[in-house]
Design a protein around this ligand. Sequence first.
Ligand code: NAP
Length: 312
Amino acid sequence: MADIYDLIIIGGGPAGLAAGLYGARARMKTLIIEKQKLGGQIVITDEVANYPGSINEATGPSLIARMVEQCDEFGAEKVFDDITSFDFSAPVKVLKGKHGEYHGKAIIIATGANPRKLGVPGEKELTGKGVSYCATCDADFFQDLEVFVIGGGDTAVEEAMYLTKFARKVTIVHRREELRAAKSIQEKAFNNKKISFMWNSVVDELKGDGILESIVFKNTKTGESTEIFADEEDGTFGCFVFTGYLPQAEMFAGTIDMDGGYIKTNDNMETNVQGVYAAGDARVKSLRQVVTATADGAIAAVTAEKYIESLE
Ligand code: NAP
């Protein structure tokens, strides 16, 4: 029979790494399973200005490298595998991946959520160079510049209002002529003098040589294309994309209670299944940030530790 871990964490982003650190430090036999690359969404962020203590050249990759080092120091094991099925019905839970099978007394799901991308030319190359999916992380870089916000839901409209504290002008670009956002949120945006709207429009292409310089929009009604260039003096502008998120937890639907694709937990990160916890962006929560992900991971590991003690 394969090794039985006390704690297995699925996902090696900030939530998973924090859980790994707390788990291993509590002397639980701990395994972190990561699909691709340790770090999650934060590794695509050049500057991490809002994680407490991360000043002076703190970048997403450097913060993650330190978290990984800490996990290693305390003895958390790591493996790269893509979990494709699971069985949570027995006290020792089973995870099956493309490369192996893993057995654990407690499981923390820290699989994260990814912002839905536009899928247009230039998006990948200009991410972090004018294109962003996080106003809290990047608004500061657009002080006194112009920004476009793509999307018409609650997130787009709320983040657009947040961006007006930094940007000179904010244009919400929506593919229809009516916002999806709640009426109360809409009203605030309509009353905000810095916000204007571009209706019936989608992004067709993002252009720029190392930095975003122009955006090609397409009118969804007429099919007409319009290229908007950054002000010559500014040289660039921002394109914040808020077209929804895709939680990476669909595999657990039917076993774990969900809300809109996100995992439901209580304050101790417990799901409806005993011994199974969730932490970070994949769970239902109001603020998806590194600081809240790491807090979730710590809480989940401590709750798991108490559960494992109760088994002995
Ligand atoms: P959402 O409600 O799914 O809205 C996504 C928006 O992006 C929609 O307006 C959609 O247009 C648009 N969109 C989707 N794909 C697009 C594409 N390829 N190109 C252009 N536009 C595209 O996502 P969300 O705003 O992130 O909200 C997610 C959930 O969190 C919602 O349940 C929301 O109520 C909740 N939330 C609540 C609050 C709050 O209560 N304060 C704050 C934030 C989020 P269509 O409208 O045409 O579909």
